[in-house]
Design a protein around this ligand. Structure first.
Ligand code: BGC
Length: 461
């Protein structure tokens, strides 16, 4: 945070885990490409991130995930660290191209063995696995066949989802189909800043539709094979406000809200795409087949909400399609993180209430929340007080919303370890645990120690 809001921090009441309820799920979150490394171990196939990071200039300092945190090899020690930190739930994703090198057809026994070991050891240590099927690392072979804009992806994804459910479902009871579909379709196919780096509205629109179909289809497959499992999916979301209370900014904020917060959710809830607020997306109807409206829908057991910041929006005649611009935190004289994202804890409170109003949402789990700061390792310690304050203040707002009736039943910190932060490379550190990428040495940051004390209920009053 560049500004510190000391006054608010000092007024905070002590956080007590038990106030959230005994059943509230606590955990940490990660993703395969961001931590595993071992990019070509055994018969693993390349993913679109392996290919994207090989191209110069796509990622800051040309960083890549070839080694990352070497979690693939170091998971036993990392899980022991997690246990030491009293973390009961571990969210991670499966690498599709590790399990099916070409994305379809041949299955990798080595890939299966690795995830079996990871799941078994987690359970042995008393840590519950929460598995995401897809966290952005599409097998490159499938991108060569058209990737998400090709409707065949519904079949490829179905095959993959069925493999995961039948292979790991005897031990994994918590599943998430997709991680933040708006981010990977938007950044990957429209803005071109994430893999596969396409910048094309004509690819983005079908990618959105096929992703939304896979979201529901993945849910149906998991549930049909594992009727007793908890099946959810996750969405990125930000509380959105207009810069000024004038008609044009208010309308612009509505469009941004529909795109960021409603598109993938409402289609899953059976409400269709919010095209009244997103007229520029009407072209999506061209890709709809007669049964698609029903196929977009799935009754998820939970919706994972992932929140980092708030967006303030102003009308912009010159911005194609959306005609809206996000006003950067830096220009608004507000605190922000190393990602230039505003620190706005009330945002998560508003979102929890917003989503609690949807009748068809059974429950909400915060599957990601966290912050990147300029952490420094000094004398074997990382004093990241800013992250401690960030987590406390966001959690206060979660509790406030919950006490007012919002149906939120879990919270996962992003992230367990510092890791590969996509187009930003390794500089932004989000972890509760510091990683020295030269030596792969782990150090629990002060925020990690704080989370442990919170989870073991040291602050009980
Ligand atoms: C993603 C993570 C990412 C984090 C911070 C989320 O959008 O799911 O993979 O590292 O936010 O940017």
């Amino acid at each position: 945070m560049t500004h510190s809001s000391t006054a608010q921090v000092q007024d905070q009441p002590v956080l007590n885990r038990l106030d959230f309820g005994a059943d509230f799920e606590w955990g940490v979150a990660t993703a395969a490409y961001q931590i595993e490394g071992a990019h070509d171990t055994g018969d693993k196939g390349a993913s679109i991130w392996d290919i994207f990071t090989n191209k110069r200039g796509k990622v800051k300092q040309n960083h890549h995930g070839k080694i990352a945190c070497d979690f693939f090899n170091r998971y036993p020690d990392d899980l022991m660290l997690m246990q030491e930190m009293a973390i009961p739930n571990f969210r991670f994703s499966l690498s599709w191209s590790r399990l099916m090198p070409a994305g379809t057809g041949k299955v990798s026994q080595q890939g299966i063995d690795y995830y079996n070991r990871l799941i078994d050891y987690s359970l042995e240590l008393g840590i519950t696995p929460w598995v995401t099927l897809y966290h952005w690392d599409l097998p490159h072979e499938l991108e060569k066949k058209g990737g998400w804009p090709n409707r065949d992806i519904v079949n490829w994804f179905s095959e993959y989802a069925a493999l995961c459910a039948t292979t790991f479902g005897d031990r994994v009871n918590h599943w998430m189909v997709l991680n933040e579909p708006m981010v990977f379709t938007g950044a990957g196919y429209f803005l071109g800043v994430h893999a596969p780096g396409r910048r094309c509205f004509g690819s983005f629109i079908p990618a959105v539709h096929h992703t939304a179909l896979c979201q529901a289809q993945g849910g149906r497959i998991l549930k049909s094979i594992l009727p007793h499992a908890e099946v959810g999916t996750t969405i990125s979301c930000s509380h959105v406000e207009p810069l000024r209370q004038r008609e044009k900014d208010i309308k612009a904020a509505q469009r941004v809200d529909a795109l960021l917060n409603r598109l993938f959710l409402e289609s899953a809830l059976g409400l269709g795409y919010p095209l009244d607020d997103l007229k520029f997306m009407r072209r999506i109807e061209k890709y709809m087949k007669p049964d698609d409206e029903a196929l977009l829908q799935f009754d998820f057991d939970f919706i994972g909400i992932q929140n980092y910041t708030r967006e303030v929006v102003k009308h912009s005649f010159w911005t194609p399609f959306l005609q809206a611009n996000l006003v950067p935190a830096k220009k608004r004289d507000v605190p922000y993180t190393l990602m230039n994202w505003e620190v706005y804890p009330e945002g998560i409170y508003h979102l929890l209430h917003k989503y609690s109003k949807y009748k068809n949402i059974k429950k909400l789990i915060i599957t990601e929340n966290g912050a990147a700061f300029a952490d420094e390792l000094k004398d074997g310690q990382v004093n990241d007080q800013q992250r401690v304050e960030f987590l406390k203040r966001y959690l206060q707002q979660v509790l406030r919303a919950k006490q007012e009736g919002a149906n939120v039943q879990g919270y996962f910190v992003w992230s367990f370890l510092d890791n590969f932060e996509w187009a930003e490379g390794y500089n932004p550190r989000f972890g509760l645990v510091h990683v020295d990428y030269e030596t792969q040495q782990r150090t629990i940051k002060d925020s990690g120690l704080w989370y442990r004390d919170f989870l073991t209920n040291k602050f009980k009053v």
